[in-house]
Ligand binder design. Structure first.
Ligand SMILES: [Zn+2]
Length: 191
């Protein structure tokens, strides 16, 4: 029997406060969609060069239980993000619109240990720890932050020419291969 057909599907509420406490231990699946403005997300607000009309992110979330032979069904969560934020262009130091259109899949595992043991190399799915008061707002914000370009820039030729302060050498220095941003985030959370 397909477990998803048996479990009730619950509508996720779109209010930021409701997204901070989602029960992922309950025997139910979730479906929801909404829009978050930049100011709903404090770490994103810090990154933004300014907030223009329409800036923010549409999100869509759906969870389901995947049959897993020999063990409990695995709870997975699909997250879609689409929207815009303004950052400082690293070439001309002016506001620069950054558009994101991302899809992510997560596994909601039972314990911290399970999540730590989960291979980071899995590029299709990221492990999270399920809880009764899961902060989904934080997860959405994490994923937006991880999706932002490390060096935001206008497309070639769009920059304000007079404001261009640094040339090719400086840019090459900045674009050295960065550390995996997911690891950086993981370490930040532990501290
Ligand atoms: Zn620029």
């Amino acid at each position: 029997m397909n477990r998803n057909q048996v479990l009730p599907q619950v509508q996720l509420l779109a209010e930021p406060s409701a997204l901070k406490k989602v029960d992922f231990c309950a025997p139910q699946t979730y479906l929801g969609t909404g829009f978050l403005s930049i100011t709903d997300l404090p770490r994103l607000t810090e990154e933004a060069s300014g907030v223009l009309k329409g800036d923010g992110f549409h999100w869509i979330i759906q969870t389901h239980f995947e049959d897993s032979p020999g063990s409990e069904p695995l709870q997975t969560m699909d997250l879609g993000l689409k929207g815009r934020i303004h950052l400082i262009c690293q070439r001309c130091s002016q506001d620069c619109a950054v558009d994101l259109d991302e899809k992510r899949r997560f596994l909601l595992l039972a314990t911290e240990q399970d999540a730590d043991d989960y291979p980071v190399e899995d590029e299709e799915r990221e492990a999270l720890v399920a809880s009764q008061h899961f902060n989904l707002l934080e997860t959405i914000e994490d994923e937006i932050l991880l999706s932002l370009p490390l060096i935001p820039k206008h497309p070639e030729g769009v920059c304000e020419p007079h404001a261009s302060s640094f040339g090719g050498d400086a840019e090459e220095g900045l674009s050295e291969k960065p550390e995996n941003p997911f690891n950086i985030l993981k370490n930040m959370k532990k501290n």
